[in-house]
Design a protein around this ligand. Structure first.
Ligand code: IPE
Ligand code: IPE
Ligand code: MG
Length: 249
């Protein structure tokens, strides 16, 4: 059933890095009179499917916004259910991810994540660190503004110690102080659930990223919807400030 759309996607023009704001789990559950956590559980099925498809079509990095620095404002029952679900999921999925050569990484501040969850996640990172397939990168307790402040403090300390001349601070130097220092900027950013905002996600890194918004809730976002987003991406002309081929006289 899904073959025709997969065939339409240009395999030599697959985004190297896809970042996703996985939003709408709660509303998906509410629409079905289910508790919010059921939406998070169903969202994991989307994560599994999207990860598999990204691996199959040759995406190199998939960054998933899993928990923001602002999500601590939620009721503590939801936060602890999410942390528990995260640990349970990684324990259940990591062997299969490892077999598929997925390299599992995390961006964000793990220091304030419950220690059992952080430990379980770090075991997954360690286990898969030499894998050469898809990089599945979870943004966890991640906030882009906090990330940028951390980078600036880092640079300021180097200036203070005399190791860095402020005149030499440039885009590359700051990028190298971010959690994402080893991965290219996203080519495609997807946000589900109809919200048109960035919610403190990768603000620096998405300077020239193509953005795709969909009304669908995250648990409804599966292989076909990913292919639609990639097809849309492939129809765009990225100009990076230059004049484009299509609009030159
Ligand atoms: C996204 O779904 C998952 C997380 C932020 C952890 P939400 O939980 O934000 O779902 P809505 O936006 O309330 O529907
Ligand atoms: C963004 O979704 C964070 C994640 C998907 C992890 P939110 O649901 O927290 O965003 P807002 O509050 O609607 O902006
Ligand atoms: Mg939300």
């Amino acid at each position: 059933m899904q073959e025709p759309i997969k065939e339409k996607v240009l395999m030599d023009h697959i985004p190297k890095h896809i970042a996703i704001i996985m939003d709408g789990n709660g509303r998906w559950a509410k629409a079905r009179s289910l508790p919010r956590i059921s939406g998070h559980k169903e969202g994991i099925n989307s994560v599994r499917e999207i990860t598999r498809v990204c691996g199959e079509i040759g995406v190199r990095h998939l960054t998933l916004y899993t928990f923001s620095t602002e999500n601590w404002k939620r009721p503590s029952s939801e936060v602890s259910a999410l942390m528990h679900l995260l640990l349970k999921t990684i324990k259940e999925e990591i062997e299969e991810l490892h077999r598929e050569e997925v390299r599992f990484t995390i961006i964000g501040d793990l220091d304030t994540i419950p220690s059992r969850t952080a430990k379980g996640l770090m075991e997954g990172v360690k286990m898969t660190e030499k894998n050469t397939g898809l990089n599945l990168n979870l943004a966890l307790n991640y906030g882009s503004r906090q990330e940028i402040i951390k980078a600036i403090k880092n640079l300021a300390l180097k200036v203070q110690s005399g190791d860095l001349n402020p005149a030499n601070i440039d885009i590359n130097l700051l990028s190298d102080c971010l959690y994402t220092r080893d991965i290219p900027d996203p080519d495609l950013l997807i946000r589900t659930s109809g919200e048109c905002r960035l919610s403190n996600f990768l603000l620096w890194q998405i300077a020239y990223t193509e953005i795709f918004m969909t009304e669908l809730f995250w648990p409804e976002f599966r292989e076909k919807q990913l292919m639609d987003a990639i097809l849309d991406f492939q129809s765009r002309e990225r100009r990076f400030g230059n004049v484009g081929q299509k609009i030159q006289n």
